[in-house]
Design a protein around this ligand. Structure first.
Ligand code: FAD
Length: 511
């Protein structure tokens, strides 16, 4: 064999070795890649397949709320007409009729409160949702809106004026009337609850009289109706402040929970460009509440004017499956956390418009099953109690059989507008979503845990939020809201026949 031929054979052999090595590497990468992806993909597909909506509709003659634990017999659901004059006149007639028949009346928006706050047992439930028109005045920058309107529609409307909602919840599925009646708050940074953005509203009282309430006119009613759980009358239309729809840059910080406050101080406090902030804590048993992911959204003036069209958020199905796959699954909880902390930062946009951020409906995560439900809790703690309250949560929650799916932490400034206020000082808010069975035993277990959590938060000079399950004892309620006795006395001055009633009032309204 010639020397040239021998060299060619050696070259061919080494080429084929390289090719073989390359093929094996690709195969190995594929095997490892498929191995890594197979489990999450399988978990998400499996969750997607078993995510059925098999809950029975509420039977005729009954009504329920978002808890799916409050099925209550009622006399009727009465829909408000959408024309103002008709609505006002027919409501006045309805009140007369209800009094004649000895029926109580409750007022319902989207019924996302969870303790029968929108339900008068055996009574008439006024459905405000058809009452939803709105108009924006460019000079005053105020939105005048009927109280049955849902934030989703408000955001779409304000988008046309480059404006946005000043303060609202983290989801857009709630009505304006329901939101101001619980005095909601959101993740708008450095702001008090929503009452601070209400200029005025018109109220239809039990007597049939319509009054305008503001900081200057009928001030007593103003401060009792906001956060007043529908006990003073029907809020007809509201004047709300608005803010510009700006473009925000998102920054994410993943930190051990013990360092979260330091990060918060460095990245948020005293930075005027920061407009929205919230944090999420890890819920897997392995690392329960030990890691925190802080989202900081700051105004980026250079990006203003480059708004993408406001449209439905993408990947709702995938996000829903990742979330619902965390229920009763340690693997699912870790997968969700890893996706949010490792994957999301590299695949998500760096900028959002304010309206985009606010446009998120509850459909991304809501429970639709017949056998289980998801229950919200919320606790407010002052800054000095933050670390010790996290330890309380870490100690108390694992003792119970309730599955904690989500914890977000927000910040709310002191409320100077309402009487039944939870933010009687600056507060950090822990919003927690638990999954439980729809059984009495599970409800009792949830009640025991809630009572223990409320005791803990009260010991830390905090408060708990009122629109959820009525699991607080009367004694706990009055410790958290010492002003409540006076609040209910004022309610009875304006509504001596107690026409406006709901399950919340029935539980806590009397000695
Ligand atoms: C998934 C989920 C997420 C949430 N996130 C947040 C959050 O981020 N921040 C927060 O603060 N809260 C939050 N909440 C609580 C929420 O803000 C309240 O439950 C709010 O009341 C929902 O509005 P709604 O239209 O469903 O009110 P409803 O439940 O229908 O009514 C609530 C109360 O308002 C009264 N009411 C309603 N309309 C009127 C009216 N026109 N006139 C007089 N009274 C009226 C009712 O009688 C009732 O007492 C959340 C709730 C859920 C279920």
């Amino acid at each position: 064999m010639s020397e040239g031929k021998a060299l060619e054979i050696v070259a061919q052999t080494s080429r084929s070795k390289r090719l073989k090595f390359f093929k094996l590497s690709i195969l190995a990468i594929l095997v490892v890649g498929i191995g890594l992806l197979a489990r999450p993909a399988w978990h998400i597909l499996w969750t997607h397949n078993k995510d059925v909506a098999d809950r029975q509709p509420t039977p005729a003659g009954f009504i329920d709320d978002a808890s799916a634990m409050n099925e209550t017999p009622i006399n009727e659901v009465w829909e408000v007409p959408d024309v103002v004059e008709d609505a006002e006149q027919q409501l006045q007639e309805l009140f007369v009729l209800a009094k004649e028949k000895g029926l109580k009346v409750s007022i319902a928006g989207a019924r996302h409160s969870m303790g029968g706050h929108s339900i008068a047992p055996g009574g008439i439930v006024i459905d405000m949702l058809p009452f939803r028109s709105m108009s924006y005045d460019e000079d005053s920058e105020l939105l005048t809106i009927q109280s049955g309107a849902i934030w989703h529609d408000v955001i779409e409307y304000l988008e046309g004026f480059d404006r946005s909602v000043a303060i609202m919840q983290s989801n857009d599925s709630f009505s304006v009337g329901g939101s101001i009646s619980v005095n909601c708050h959101g993740w708008q940074f450095g702001k008090p609850p929503i009452a601070s953005t209400v200029e005025s509203f018109r109220l239809l009282q039990a007597s049939g009289k319509i009054v305008t309430c503001s900081r200057d006119e009928n001030q007593e009613l103003f401060s009792h109706v906001l956060g007043g759980y529908g006990l003073f009358g029907v809020i007809l239309n509201v004047q709300l402040q608005t803010v510009p729809n700006r473009r925000y840059q998102v920054d994410r910080f993943i930190v051990p929970t013990i360092d979260a406050l330091t990060t918060f101080d460095q990245q948020v406090t005293d930075r005027p460009e920061v407009e929205m902030v919230y944090a999420r804590m890890e819920t897997s048993a392995k690392n329960f509440l030990n890691e925190t992911l802080i989202y900081v959204l700051s105004h980026d003036p250079s990006a203003d004017g480059t708004f993408p069209e406001l449209k439905e958020k993408g990947l709702v199905g995938l996000r829903r499956s990742v979330f619902r796959g965390s229920i009763n699954s340690e693997y699912g909880k870790r997968l969700r956390w890893d996706a949010e902390t490792s994957l999301q930062p590299s695949v998500s946009p760096t900028h959002y418009s304010r309206n985009q951020l606010l446009s998120e409906g509850v459909e991304t995560f809501e429970n639709r099953t017949a056998t289980t439900t998801d229950i919200l809790h919320e606790y407010f703690v002052p800054r000095q109690s933050l670390a010790v309250f996290v330890q309380d949560l870490q100690r108390i929650i694992p003792q119970y059989n309730n599955d904690l799916l989500n914890v977000t932490v927000r910040f709310v400034e002191e409320d100077h507008d309402t009487v039944l206020r939870y933010a009687d000082q600056q507060m950090f808010c822990f919003v927690m979503l638990f999954n439980q069975a729809r059984t009495q035993a599970a409800d009792e277990e949830m009640q025991r845990m809630t009572e223990e959590l409320i005791d803990a938060v009260l010991q830390r000079e905090g408060r708990y939020y009122l629109p959820y399950r009525l699991h607080a004892t009367k004694e706990q309620f009055h410790r958290a809201y010492p002003q409540a006795k006076q609040f209910f006395a004022v309610k009875r001055q304006y509504d001596p026949d107690e026409l406006f009633t709901n399950a919340f009032y029935l539980k806590y309204g009397h000695e």
